[in-house]
Write a protein that binds this ligand. Structure first.
Ligand code: TXA
Ligand code: MG
Length: 349
């Protein structure tokens, strides 16, 4: 059982620093620390220590070719691990850091191969969460941290969910309460002067376009990936977020069409579970539902999405029917996670 530091109450400033120093010492000693960020929780280890980063893969059951993001607290750390950084890349970091934005840069030798999955690039992010930032500063090293979950499961957004999955696999858990955004960071790689979004998140295509005039959304974000197909980000290939039961997502800009289709599909099953907007729940009152939030508040939906997806298994449905959202802004990130949760069983009307 790992030690758990409760830092939900921000009044405990003095005590906090003691806890933070203790957790940072664990990082320096090559141990694993689960910590909050503004997106989701991460399982952290010293990102320049090969053995320590190896133990992250073991704890998560993660495929070795799926690289880790290095989390930094200042630009010196970036320059220690990356090279040949272009003006546009600096501009993007300046604009979106600290925050939910990961940039893929050319790596330096100092980064262990295991962190990059053998690639010649490295993913880097400067989180804005106070605890994350302090942990990196006190550890005085970039911290490698994938999302805190067993591989394939929804990312951990609160310590209760994380304890169930990972308590025996790490040395320390810092509880900073529920994460603010709830979806993982936007991952971007600049190719030939154009930012490509490899994973959508809170930083949207629209925002990136304000910096670069141009942005490309990788086609695999919403599309299916064939076996052995080459992708720009290994994480795209893996099954993710899926509940045990079969899931189907239905989306239409016309709410009535979406509701009618879900009602029609539900008839064929004994125990359907419907993930729907608060505004639509009256339409589904014959069935078990999980209310995902208000249709007009996508931030609320993204914040709760992974908790909702975890909840599905407790209800033991024989089918899960999910209402889709418009793909604008953070809606693209929500749809990317839902399409993967549904294993591409997706009906657009
Ligand atoms: O918000 C986040 O990004 C969270 C928090 C903890 O910071 N972290 C996170 O890490 O989501 P992870 O490991 O679950 O997802 C990282 C994604 C994976 O899809 C991985 O394939 C991709 O980033 N990635 C990492 N390094 C890469 C690289 N060098 N080239 C391409 N893709 C990379
Ligand atoms: Mg992950």
């Amino acid at each position: 059982m790992s030690k758990i530091f409760d830092l939900k109450n921000i009044d405990k400033k003095e005590l906090e620093l003691e806890y933070m120093k203790d957790a940072a010492q664990d990082i320096k000693d090559g141990k694993l620390v689960i910590f909050p960020t503004e997106t989701v929780y991460g399982i952290g280890a010293n990102g320049l220590d090969e053995e320590a980063t190896k133990s992250i893969f073991i704890a998560k059951g993660r495929a070795q070719d799926n690289p880790l993001i290095l989390h930094v607290s200042n630009m010196e750390m970036v320059e220690k691990i990356a090279q040949n950084i272009s003006k546009l890349e600096y501009k993007l970091m300046e604009r979106f850091w600290p925050g939910p934005f990961t940039i893929i840069l050319n790596r330096k030798e100092i980064v262990p191969n295991i962190v990059t999955g053998g690639l010649d690039t490295v993913g880097i992010r400067m989180p804005s969460n106070f605890i994350a930032n302090q942990l990196i500063s006190l550890s005085n090293t970039p911290i490698a941290a994938p999302s805190a979950n067993i591989s394939g499961r929804p990312s951990g957004t609160n310590v209760e969910d994380i304890i169930n999955e990972l308590k025996d696999k790490v040395d320390c858990i810092i509880d900073g309460g529920e994460t603010e955004i709830g979806l993982e960071s936007t991952v971007v790689r600049v190719i030939d002067g154009i930012p490509h979004i490899l994973r959508p998140g809170k930083i949207t295509a629209e925002q990136i376009k304000e910096v670069s005039n141009n942005v490309i959304i990788d086609k695999h974000i919403l599309g299916e990936i064939q076996e052995n197909q080459k992708v720009m980000s290994p994480g795209m290939k893996y099954r993710h977020y899926a509940p045990d039961a079969k899931c189907i997502m239905v989306y239409s800009r016309d709410d009535n069409k979406m509701i009618d289709k879900i009602l029609e599909l539900a008839k064929d099953y004994e125990n359907p579970l419907i993930m729907c907007f608060r505004e639509h729940k009256e339409n589904f009152k014959k069935y078990k539902i999980i209310e995902v939030g208000s249709k007009i508040n996508l931030d609320e939906i993204s914040k709760n999405l992974f908790k909702d997806l975890r909840q599905v298994n407790f209800e033991k449905p024989d089918i899960v029917l999910i209402e889709g959202v418009d793909k604008d802004g953070i809606g693209l990130a929500i749809m990317n996670r839902l399409i993967r949760a549904c294993d591409h069983n997706y009906i657009e009307l």
